[in-house]
Design a protein around this ligand. Structure first.
Ligand code: ADP
Length: 399
């Protein structure tokens, strides 16, 4: 425990280096010892080394070094780290916020567009995106594509709804006309004193005509409604030659004065629905009969094209004005009302719907004063599976 010698700086400051029990035990056990301790309030690193004489520890040599620099560097480093990490956290947060904002801006635009569409029903809007084709880019493209689909579906629905409204209005109007006549005639029959026997017969005949017109109209409307509802038609091989011949025979019975030519047809088959094909041909033959004088001629011909069979119904009747041609397939379109034979203007609309449902086409060429040619094409069938059945109903009843 005795100090034998001290360096000058220790003497000057009257410093005694600490020598703990643990240090003493280790050093006198022959091992060196390091420790950190405070000397006069300053941190020091103290090294104690045993001094050997003849292999025996006779004392300890102590060397101490101030840790001021070290502690100061540590403090400075701590401060730098605390301030630096806080500042860099704030900067990183700011940059992250900014980057997230830029990256998510298209999503923000998608949200705004979706909200605007919901509020205004404007499906014409699109999200503008200029950038890489990454997840956001793909999302924007998909969103815009979805809007295009929605827009076209919405437009189609609006058009269908409008067409339906027009159809219902036209149908009601058409049904009201015969009903008004019938009601007027009933009022005549109820008159006191009663009308003459001759007038009564005329009134009843009028009523019968109007009822028949109405029931024809209802049949046509029902047929169109079914076609609109997408009622599936059969798709089978139909031998077309016997079917046309049969129909021609029926029309000849109804219009004996007309010159109807259905001879020399080739034996071809089409793929479609036999009843629907009969219906279409009846409409065309009935129109040809209505708009051709008995001196004229009605011809049905059958030709084979690549994968199609063309059926032509030609007449030498009054023809159709070129300005009316684009409208004749529209529902309720009628030309010269005095010559339509009481038709409601639904025949060609029905024919077109039925032909289209069988993957066919219908077209018309016409010269006023010379006649008209209606051409239907239907997919060709290789082998007829069954012969046509005889036509069950007369033309007017079918319509
Ligand atoms: P409807 O059922 O009243 O007969 P359509 O739809 O069949 O009506 O025909 C519409 C209109 O097309 C007719 O009113 C007529 O003006 C014209 N049309 C159709 N077929 C012929 C034809 N063969 N010759 C002249 N005009 C025709």
């Amino acid at each position: 425990g005795q100090i034998t010698s001290r360096s000058d700086n220790l003497v000057e400051k009257e410093v005694i280096l600490p020598f703990s029990d643990e240090a003493s035990q280790t050093v006198f056990g022959g091992q060196p010892w390091f420790e950190k301790n405070e000397v006069q309030g300053r941190p020091m690193l103290i090294y104690s080394k045993p001094v050997f004489v003849d292999g025996r520890v006779i004392g300890a040599l102590q060397v101490a070094r101030s840790l001021d620099d070290y502690v100061q560097s540590q403090n400075t480093l701590r401060q730098i780290l605390i301030i630096g990490s806080s500042v860099s956290t704030v900067i990183a947060f700011g940059i992250g916020w900014m980057l997230a904002g830029i990256a998510l801006r298209p999503i923000d635009r998608i949200t705004h567009t979706a909200q605007a569409i919901g509020a205004e029903r404007d499906f014409g809007r699109r999200v503008n995106y200029i950038g890489p084709h990454d997840e956001i880019g793909r999302l924007t493209t998909t969103f815009n594509e979805m809007l295009t689909e929605l827009q076209s579906a919405y437009r189609q629905e609006a058009q269908a709804l409008q067409a339906q409204r027009r159809f219902v209005a036209d149908a009601s109007h058409e049904l009201r006309t015969p009903l008004t006549t019938i009601r007027g005639n009933i009022a005549l029959l109820q008159r006191e004193p009663p009308i003459s026997n001759e007038d009564r017969i005329a009134v009843l005949s009028d009523m019968a005509d109007e009822s028949e017109r109405m029931s024809r109209l209802v049949t046509d409307l029902l047929m169109l409604a079914r076609a609109d509802a997408g009622r599936p038609l059969r798709s089978e091989a139909v031998a077309i030659k016997p079917l046309i011949e049969d129909l021609c025979r029926k029309v000849k019975v109804l219009a004996p004065q007309h010159n109807i030519d259905c001879a020399d047809l080739p034996a071809l088959s089409v793929r479609g629905d036999e009843d629907a094909i009969k219906q279409v041909l009846l409409i065309l033959l009935d129109n040809a009969r209505k708009f051709t004088s008995p001196r004229g001629r009605i011809t049905v011909s059958l030709t084979e094209q690549a994968e199609q069979v063309a059926i032509q119904v030609r007449d030498t009747g009054i023809g159709i004005d070129p300005t009316a041609l684009p409208q004749i397939f529209e529902r309720f379109y009628r030309g010269d009302v005095s010559r339509t034979g009481g038709g409601a203007g639904l025949g060609l609309a029905i024919a077109q719907t039925l032909v289209k449902s069988q993957q066919g086409t219908i077209a018309v060429e016409s010269t006023p004063g010379e006649g008209s040619i209606f051409t239907i094409t239907l997919p060709k069938a290789e082998t007829p599976q069954r012969a046509s059945e005889p036509v069950a109903a007369a033309v007017t009843q079918n319509r």
